[in-house]
Structure formats: C-alpha cells, structure tokens
Design a protein around this ligand. Structure first.
Ligand code: FAD
Length: 369
C-alpha cells in the first residue's frame, strides 16, 4: 500500500489545481515544493501591508467562464483593469495603442485622422515584405509608434537590436481606434483581494505540503510514496539535462520600499526608450487600490538566462521546440509520472490557461482512478 494516491511536485497553479481536485474527491495528496513558500510564480508577499508580486506582476484575465467560476471559489476578485502607461523620455503615453496615444503623439482628434496618420507612415516606409522585427513593426503601426513605443522596449526585452530580431516575433500589434485603455480584451479581469498566495492557500486547505524540498534531490524516496506523480518542474531537469538544456529569458527584479504613498500613480509603467536599463516599474499597491502610507516598487530588468537562474519565458524557437519534443517523447514513456504546467510542458501559459489545462488533466486522471 502506498501512503498517497498523488504526489504533486510543485505548488504553482498547475500543481495546486490538480491537488485541490484530487483532495476534493477524497484522494490522499502530498505536495512537494522546493521553494520556501507555496504558489509558484504567482506568489505574493506582504510588505508594508502591500501584496508584492515577487515573481513579476500578475493580472488575472480570462474569457473562460469555467476557469473564472473555479478561481472565484477561492478568492474574491477586485475590479482592477490593466492600463499600463508608457514612459518615453518622460513623455507619457497610454497603452495599448489607442486614441489617447494617437492624440498625444500627433494631436489627432478623430479615429479617421489617427488611421490616416498610421496609413501615411506605413506607406511612406514602403515595406512590402518585412525582413526583420523593425520592418514588421513599422509595416504594422508606422514609424513614430515604432520609434517611441516599440523599439527600445523590445530591444531591452530581447537583448538584441530589432534589426537582428526575426519578424515573426511580432505577428500583430494591437491598435484601437477608441478611447479604451484596457490592455486585455478579456470578459473577466481582476486581482484576488488579499493576494494570490491567499488564494492558493485556500485551494490547498487540508492538503499536506512540504516546502524546501526538491523532489529531484531525493527521487528514490518520493517515487515509492505515491501511486501517481504529477511533476510541474522543468522537464529537462527531470532528465538531468541529458539531451541539453532548454533555454529561457529571465527577468531580474529590484524591489524597494519608498517612504511616500504614491510613486508613479499606476501599477505598471513601461520604459520604452533604450537608455533606461529597466523595462518596467511596477507599483504593487495599485493592483489593490492601496491606501498605505508607504509604497513598494519593483524595477524589472530583462536578462539572459543561464542554467541555475530562474526560468521565466521559454524561448520557443525551432531549436528549443525540437529539443522539447525529444524530452516529451521520453516523458510519454513514463508509467506513473505526468508532466504539466509551464516548466513541465515548456510552454508560456497565462494563468487562466494553466488552470484550464490542470482542470482538464485532473478530470482525465481522476476518472481513470
Ligand atoms: C514575469 C511573468 C509575468 C506573468 N504575468 C502574468 C499575468 O499578468 N497574467 C497571467 O495570466 N499570467 C502571467 N504569467 C504566467 C503565470 O506565471 C503562469 O501561468 C503560472 O505561474 C504557471 O503556473 P505553473 O504551476 O505551471 O508554474 P510555476 O508557478 O512555476 O510553479 C511550478 C512550481 O514547481 C516548483 N518546482 C519546480 N521544480 C521542483 C522540484 N524539483 N521539486 C519541488 N518543486 C519544484 C517551483 O518551485 C514552482 O513553485 C506571467 C509569467 C511571468 C514569467
């Protein structure tokens, strides 16, 4: 007799959903988490009464009603709407590109004038077959928006000139001819009141969790403890990088407490010039309309990733995708281990997508056992 029905490696959203669903159905579940805390990358930590998004700003948005209903069982969501501001050498612009942006950029007042301005710049650039990201962006939004709002930011994100980046990275750039600063088109959007950690704590209520425990360091011990293992760590690490390491882009955060109530008046300000070394500053209190006397800000620096760094964004180019496919084939041979989540599947997942995927997998495995 095994002690547990399910061993879940990782307490991020993927692991938490599967654990919650299995526990709800009376299964015995153990979660192992190598970090000192639960919740994976959506972890929020309270500093000066403010919920700080420790692994990057997380805004929940979805069109999936089932997922929205699911998360609302564990948290009440506020009415936060993502409306980032772009700072280009101290000129401030609304994002995503919309009538406020166009009015500030060119003084145009009507949607027709704005559309004509963009068309004029696209035509003047004369690009028919974009050869790189710069040409692709100009052919989509014209030169002014590209120069002030796309170029510097993208170059900082990728650590390379837009001329050297492939065109396919930008398939489209959202342009709105309305006065709508809402970044997402989602039906449902918000931040869990009290922070994401509280939400995940509620999901995991009654479930055994061991933190500071790396499954890969003590595999023999853990493999015998459960009938099935749900592994949400990195797939290449699971196989000890025997075919090579999958690549990521990383982000470095510099977080500061400031002795003032308001630093920038918005949750996210993107620095779109090339010279400012950070890509964004997040002021965490505005995710929850904070009234605290102090404020906490995080500067985000996009960085190259090397083995041992925190992996954030998978680099889904051909080379890495092929490598992942090889690992995936190995994973499919495993009898009792199932891989899931952003690291297990080497895939960028928004939170709603990772929850939907975990709900689907839970249904499949719980129906079988
Ligand atoms: C900077 C950034 C910003 C984002 N912003 C948004 C946003 O605004 N909106 C949105 O919808 N999505 C956003 N996302 C996506 C979101 O973070 C993911 O969808 C979600 O966190 C994925 O959950 P997961 O469980 O797959 O992975 P994770 O949260 O990474 O969880 C995996 C867990 O497994 C643990 N683990 C790994 N290996 C082991 C091991 N060997 N032993 C034990 N434990 C292990 C890890 O410590 C981690 O806790 C953002 C992502 C990033 C990188």
């Amino acid at each position: 007799m095994k002690k547990y029905d399910y061993l879940i490696v990782g307490s991020g959203l993927f692991g938490a959903v599967v654990a919650q669903r299995a526990h709800e159905q009376g299964k015995k579940v153990l979660i192992l988490e190598k970090r000192p805390h639960i919740a994976g990358n959506v972890y929020t930590e309270e500093i000066e009464g403010i919920n700080v998004h420790k692994y990057g700003a997380h805004i929940f948005h979805t069109n999936n009603k089932e997922v929205w209903k699911y998360v609302n069982q564990f948290a009440e969501f506020n009415r936060f709407t993502n409306s980032p501001v772009a700072n280009y050498k101290n000129e401030l612009y609304s994002l995503p590109f919309n009538m406020y942006t166009f009015n500030k950029m060119w003084g145009v007042v009507t949607p027709e004038e704005a559309a004509a301005k963009i068309e004029e710049q696209k035509t003047a650039a004369g690009i028919t077959e974009p050869k790189n990201l710069e040409e692709q962006a100009i052919s989509l939004v014209g030169t002014d928006i590209y120069e002030k709002l796309v170029k510097g930011y993208t170059e900082k994100q990728w650590g390379r000139s837009c001329k050297e980046l492939p065109a396919f990275i930008i398939k489209r750039l959202p342009v709105r001819f309305t006065f709508d600063n809402n970044y997402f088109n989602a039906l449902y959007q918000g931040i869990p009141i009290g922070g994401y950690t509280k939400m995940v704590e509620n999901m995991l209520s009654g479930i055994e969790i061991i933190v500071n425990e790396d499954y890969l360091e003590n595999r023999e011990k853990w493999d015998h403890i459960a009938d099935r293992i749900i592994y949400t760590g990195a797939i290449d690490a699971f196989y000890d990088y025997q075919l090579g390491a999958l690549e990521y882009r990383s982000v470095r955060f510099e977080t500061e407490v400031l002795d003032k109530p308001n630093f920038q008046g918005n949750a996210a300000v993107n620095y779109t010039d090339r010279e400012t070394p950070w890509t964004r500053i997040i002021e965490h209190k505005w995710f929850e309309f904070g009234t605290q006397p102090k404020t906490v800000i995080s500067r985000e620096y996009s960085s190259e990733w090397k083995l041992g760094d925190e992996p954030y964004y998978p680099v889904n180019d051909e080379k890495n995708n092929q490598l992942y496919e090889q690992y995936k084939r190995m994973a499919q041979q495993e009898k009792k281990i199932i891989f899931g989540g952003r690291l297990g599947e080497y895939k960028y997942y928004d939170m709603d997508m990772v929850i939907a995927s975990a709900l689907k997998m839970s249904k499949q495995i719980l129906e079988k056992n």
